[in-house]
Design a protein around this ligand. Structure first.
Ligand code: CO
Length: 134
């Protein structure tokens, strides 16, 4: 059911510093910072030949990644995003198998303007999973 790895997301305490490191030290193609108020994060996408890296930092007071950064103050891998062709069919299939979908269970529009959902990390080998309809 899942397709390509769309991105690996890394939560960081200092977005500008992390973006500069990917651009200047690692020589990567680093995009501009984008605020995602619906998701409580500011993101920078880094385009690699075979996938993307999403740098995330909290936006606003109720960010879902604040607690993660308290536990991982220097940052850390936060989630993996897999592409699916039909996000509602994927959600219903996974729910039918007992997987928990976070939030309301209705897809939100993600950073690429496409619908996304998140799956509970305890149901997937301790890894928060994002599904994006691509
Ligand atoms: Co993501």
């Amino acid at each position: 059911m899942i397709g390509r790895l769309n991105h690996v997301a890394i939560a960081v305490p200092d977005l500008a510093a992390a973006a500069a490191q990917y651009r200047d030290t690692l020589g990567a193609d680093v995009g501009p910072a984008q605020d995602e108020p619906d998701h409580g994060v500011t993101v920078v996408f880094i385009t690699l030949p075979n996938t993307k890296i999403e740098l995330l930092t909290p936006l606003g007071t109720n960010s879902p990644i604040t607690a993660f950064l308290e536990k991982n103050p220097s940052g850390g891998i936060h989630h993996l995003c897999y592409e699916v062709t039909d996000i509602l069919a994927a959600r219903d299939h996974l729910r039918g198998l007992g997987a928990r979908v976070l939030g309301s269970g209705e897809p939100k529009i993600g950073a690429h303007g496409k619908p996304v959902l998140f799956l509970h990390p305890k149901d997937f080998t301790g890894t928060l999973l994002e599904l994006e309809q691509a």
